[in-house]
Write a protein that binds this ligand. Structure first.
Ligand code: ATP
Ligand code: MG
Length: 427
C-alpha cells in the first residue's frame, strides 16, 4: 500500500503558538508540531505524526531484541497487591501507583514487571536445560513521578521495552549482559544517538550492580563523568571522582562532566525474585536452584524526547531518516491560481509514494507558501520537495534536506532516481 498522507486531512496540524507550560525543547516542539498532546503533567496522547515516530523507534528496538534471542510477550499492567507485597515493593517503591477497586481490593499499576514475569516464566521451567531464557515486552509503564516537566523525558505513563533474562548462574548472566550491551549500542547508533554505558559501581561479585546507558543532553536529568579518551563513564551520583582528574581506567584521558539522560538501564537482579516467589529449577547437581535474573529497560518514549532534544534547530525538528514520520514532504506552493502546480504535485505525490517512499503532501489550499515552509521546518521530515509555478515552468522541483539551507533545482523526471540514490532515505 502506498504511504501517502495529505496534510489537508492530517489530524494534528501545527499550532501557531507553542504550549504555555513547556519547559523543555522536546515538549515545546512535539506539541507545537502536532506529534503529541498533553493530557496532564507527564501524560500524553500520540497523534498520527507522533505515533509514526514512536512505532519506528519501537520497531528498531524489537528487531535488535529479536536478533539476540529475546522472545516478545505482553503482560498485564494491572497487578494484584499480593505480588508486590511478596517482593516488598508495595511499601518500598515510592513511584508505585496503587489503586482500589469498588470492593476495596487493592492493585498496582506496572512500573516494572519482575513481579509478573518471575512466576510466569518459572512456572514453565523445570530444569537447567531450559535456560537461559529471555522474554521482553513493549508497552506502557506507570510511575507516580513527582516532577514530570520534561516532556517525553519523564512521563507518569510512558512507553518502555523491558526484557527479563533467566540464567543458571551468575557467569551466564554476565555473558548475556555483554550481548545485550552490544544490542543496545546498535539500537542507539541506528537512532543516530551516541550513548555511553556507565561503569559498574563496585564490581565485587555479591554487590548487585546496575548499568546505565546515557545520552549527553542538556535536558537530561542525570550528571555523568566520562573520560575524554576511553569509554569510561560513571554517574556523578555514585562516584567520588571529580571533573578534570585523570581517568581511573585508562590513566591517560581526563574526566569531563556533562548532563545526560538515561535512555536504558540494566539491573543484575541476582536470585532475589526467584527467592521471593520461591520458584526454582533442577540444577546440574540434581539440587533445586534459584534463577539468576537480569532486567533490561529502554525508555522508548523518552528516546523520542531525547531525539528531539538532540536533533532540532531554531525552526523545528530535524528527524534522522531512520525514525522520521515520513521520508519526503512535498509542498505545493502555487498560491491562488495553483491548479497547474496542484496537478503536478498530486502526480508527484502519487508516483513517489507508489514507488515505495512515505510521503507527506502539503496540499492545503488555504495555507500561504510561507506558512507551508515554516510548518515543514517545524515538522522536520528529512527531505522537502517544492512544487512552485517557477519550478514548473522549468520542469524542475526544489529539493532540500531539512539540514541544508538552500534548495536546489532537480529535473522532475530525475527526482525519483536522485532520491533513490541517496542512502539516507532508507528506513
Ligand atoms: P530514572 O533514573 O530516569 O528515573 P530509572 O532508573 O527509574 O530512570 P528504569 O526503572 O531502569 O529507570 O527504567 C528503564 C528505562 O525507562 C530508563 O532507562 C528510562 O529510559 C525509562 N524511564 C524510566 N522512568 C521514566 C519516566 N518516568 N518517563 C519516561 N521514561 C522513563
Ligand atoms: Mg525513576
Amino acid at each position: 500500500m502506498p504511504d501517502l498522507v495529505r496534510q489537508s486531512h492530517l489530524f494534528g496540524t501545527p499550532l501557531r503558538e507553542p504550549p504555555k507550560d513547556a519547559e523543555t525543547v522536546n515538549h515545546r516542539l512535539l506539541v507545537r508540531a502536532g506529534f503529541v498532546d498533553q493530557l496532564m503533567a507527564g501524560v500524553y496522547s500520540y497523534l498520527p505524526l507522533g505515533l509514526r515516530v514512536l512505532k519506528k523507534i519501537e520497531a528498531i528496538v524489537r528487531q535488535e531484541m529479536n536478533a539476540i534471542g529475546g522472545q516478545e510477550i505482553l503482560m498485564p499492567s494491572l497487578h494484584p497487591k499480593a505480588i508486590w507485597e511478596r517482593t516488598g515493593g508495595w511499601n518500598s517503591i515510592d513511584v508505585l501507583f496503587k489503586i482500589k477497586s469498588r470492593t476495596d481490593k487493592e492493585y498496582a499499576l506496572g512500573q516494572s514487571e519482575e513481579e509478573v514475569v518471575t512466576p510466569l516464566v518459572m512456572s514453565r521451567i523445570n530444569t537447567y536445560k531450559e535456560l537461559p531464557l529471555a522474554v521482553y515486552q513493549i508497552h506502557w509503564k506507570f510511575r507516580d513521578e513527582l516532577r514530570s516537566k520534561s516532556g517525553l523525558l519523564r512521563g507518569r505513563e510512558f512507553y518502555m521495552k523491558d526484557m527479563y533474562s533467566f540464567h543458571e548462574h551468575q557467569e551466564d548472566f554476565e555473558r548475556f549482559y555483554e550481548i545485550v550491551k552490544n544490542a543496545y549500542f546498535r539500537i542507539f547508533e541506528r537512532l543516530g544517538l551516541s550513548a555511553k554505558a556507565t561503569e559498574a559501581s563496585g564490581g565485587s561479585f555479591s554487590e548487585k550492580i546496575s548499568y546505565e546507558f546515557m545520552v549527553l543532553s542538556d535536558a537530561g536529568e542525570d550528571v555523568i563523568l566520562f573520560c575524554d579518551t576511553c569509554e569510561f563513564c560513571v554517574n556523578a551520583d555514585i562516584t567520588k571522582q571529580k571533573e578534570g582528574t585523570t581517568c581511573p581506567k585508562c590513566r591517560k584521558g581526563f574526566l569531563k562532566k556533562a548532563k545526560a539522560s538515561e535512555v536504558g538501564n540494566v539491573f543484575d537482579l541476582g536470585e532475589k525474585y526467584g527467592k521471593d516467589f520461591d520458584v526454582s529449577f533442577l540444577g546440574r547437581s540434581g539440587k533445586k536452584q534459584y534463577p539468576v535474573m537480569g532486567c533490561y529497560g529502554i525508555g522508548i518514549s523518552r528516546l523520542m524526547g531525547i531525539l528531539v532534544e538532540t536533533f532540532h534547530d531554531e525552526k523545528g525538528i530535524l528527524w534522522p531518516a531512520a525514525i522520521a514520520p515520513f521520508a519526503l514532504h512535498i509542498l505545493e506552493v502555487g498560491g491562488r491560481d495553483g491548479q497547474a502546480t496542484r496537478d503536478a504535485a498530486e502526480k508527484l505525490a502519487t508516483e513517489l509514494s507508489g514507488a515505495g517512499l512515505s510521503v507527506l503532501y502539503d496540499d492545503r489550499e488555504g495555507a500561504r507558501p510561507g506558512e507551508k515552509f515554516a510548518d515543514a521546518d517545524l515538522i522536520g521530515v528529512p527531505w522537502r520537495v517544492v512544487v512552485s509555478p517557477k519550478h514548473l515552468a522549468n520542469d524542475t522541483v526544489g529539493l532540500k534536506r531539512r539540514t541544508e539551507r538552500e534548495e536546489r533545482a532537480v529535473r522532475t523526471r530525475d527526482l525519483a532516481r536522485t532520491l533513490r540514490e541517496t542512502e539516507s532515505l532508507a528506513g
